[in-house]
Ligand binder design. Structure first.
Ligand code: NDP
Length: 455
């Protein structure tokens, strides 16, 4: 059968763009459809603008700490509108680069909404129908907007805050994971009074418990109010903003309420009813290998799948998919040992298992731990401590988990992940010369902190 395209990609986010470019470089005729801005969640309304805002927030520490080093920086104030305008310019520049790179690779960009229209067929919102030998769904995900309580429509989600005209003086963030904590932390840094409302007993479910407690205490010390074991029960407009009632009977006044209660895969309105594909119970598209679905012509990468909702995962899978299908190459993507960071201040960087996970998996292990005051904190007069943990397999000395809470945690963990990917043992860490003075040197001088745990 003849097809109009070798590959039709739905969604020009991180995964879709990479797959489209690589497929085209292998000689495939590729179109990518996008009904929003080219770049997707990460570039337009996720990782990139968020990190720019994190940088903005951290200047508060720099100004405060500078005094301890002899600087007189005067009174500092922050201009939210200037930050948003600068951020918008940078995002527009990146969007342009993404589109230009696609075009330079020979990929056709189709503006509009694409829906599947039976096997190997895609219908664009302008009515055009395309046939394609392969279709890649890379539509990503969207924040959950329905908080499940009266008035939840008055709350915002992360998509919205990048365009708020003013910075809220009083912000309530609902949720206790990546998005909730990153924005809670950065708005606090910019000067907002922030309350985190989390339904569980301790923030950051799934992470090492000590990491969770350490970050919790550090955020509280920085002025973030963290309310646990409570949920919103009603949100309404008040004379001076919003009034949030909670299940436990709290009344919290706010200028904005941010719902950061998870994201859903963007599989609705995709024409999936025109093909024979069963979604996972959580609405994601099940995939094996890089991007293989149950249908030979259909593939999926990124947040629309059940894989870790992280940009580098989408990019790796999209790249591997294109190499395999259009380049005839063998490619394996390792989906274990994914390093990840939470860009709070202080920052969390982690790779591998936490202590609780090791126990659940019944792995006999040793725990190494270090907590210390970073050198910069001494003259700055900060009490905040860095936490580092290494979890080691008692059977073969392999490092199975490394967790850092403190400045530059993300940068450290990326490199630790290389060592762990190579199968590094604690003895390998120990025979690596320390780099002094640094925080990372603690990783190669760390002492055992607890007796061996065995199931
Ligand atoms: P998550 O799904 O990770 O967390 C959702 C949070 O909201 C949890 O704390 C959850 O509680 C809570 N929650 C869920 N439903 C409700 C509800 N109905 N009422 C109250 N609270 C609720 O979502 P995020 O939105 O934070 O992030 C989505 C994904 O995006 C992340 O998992 C991550 O993969 C990615 N991401 C990565 C970043 C990074 O790498 N730095 C930054 C931002 C996002 P509970 O724990 O009890 O389930």
């Amino acid at each position: 059968m003849e097809f109009d395209r070798d590959l039709f990609v739905i969604g020009a986010g991180s995964g879709g763009v990479r797959a489209a470019r690589i497929a085209a470089s292998h000689g495939a005729r590729v179109s990518v459809a996008e009904d929003d801005r080219v770049g997707g969640t990460c570039v337009i309304r996720g990782c990139v603008p968020k990190k720019l805002m994190v940088y903005a927030a951290r200047f508060a520490d720099d100004f405060a700490d500078a005094r301890g080093f002899g600087w007189d920086v005067g009174a500092a104030s922050h201009d939210w509108a200037a930050l948003i305008a600068a951020k918008d310019r940078e995002i527009a520049r990146l969007e342009g680069l993404y589109a230009a790179n696609l075009e330079r690779s020979g990929v056709e960009i189709l503006r509009g909404r694409a829906r599947l229209d039976g096997p190997n067929r895609v219908r664009l919102s302008d009515g055009r129908v395309f046939t394609a030998r392969h279709v890649l769904i890379a539509t990503g995900g969207r924040p959950v907007r329905d908080g499940g309580f009266p008035g939840s429509e008055l709350a915002a989600v992360s998509d919205d805050l990048f365009h708020w005209p003013t910075r809220p003086n009083r912000l309530v963030v609902v949720g206790g994971a990546y998005i909730a904590l990153e924005f809670a932390s950065l708005f606090a840094g910019l000067g907002s009074k922030v309350t985190v409302l989390y339904r569980g007993a301790e923030i950051l479910r799934g992470f090492d418990l000590e990491v969770r407690r350490h970050l919790h205490a550090a955020l509280v010390a920085r002025g973030v109010d963290i309310v646990t074991s409570d949920t919103p029960s009603r949100l309404e407009a008040s004379a001076d903003g919003l009034r949030l009632e909670t299940a436990a009977g709290r009344l919290i006044a706010a200028d904005r309420v941010l719902l950061a209660i998870g994201r859903r895969p963007a599989t609705d309105d995709l024409g999936l009813d025109t093909i024979d594909l069963t979604l996972a119970p959580d609405g994601t598209i099940p995939v094996a290998g890089a991007a293989t679905t149950a249908l030979p012509w259909l593939h999926a990468v990124g947040d629309v799948t059940g894989r870790a909702a992280l940009t580098p995962v989408a990019i790796r899978d999209g790249h591997a998919f294109a190499d395999i299908v259009f380049g005839g190459m063998r490619r394996d993507v390792a989906h274990d040992l994914i390093p990840t960071a939470i860009f709070t201040t202080p920052e969390v960087g982690t790779v591998g298992a936490g202590e609780e996970e090791m126990r659940e998996r019944g792995i006999a292990h040793l725990v190494f731990r270090s907590t210390f005051r970073p050198m910069r904190a001494t003259l700055a007069g900060r009490e905040e401590r860095t936490l580092m943990k290494i979890l080691v397999d008692a059977a073969d000395d392999r490092v199975l988990g490394v967790h850092v809470v403190g400045p530059d945690a993300a940068e450290m963990i990326q490199l630790v992940a290389v060592a762990m990917r190579m199968g590094a043992t604690k003895a390998d860490f120990d025979r690596t010369m320390a780099l002094h003075p640094s925080a990372a040197e603690e990783l190669v001088t760390m002492r055992q902190a607890a007796a061996r745990w065995a199931p």
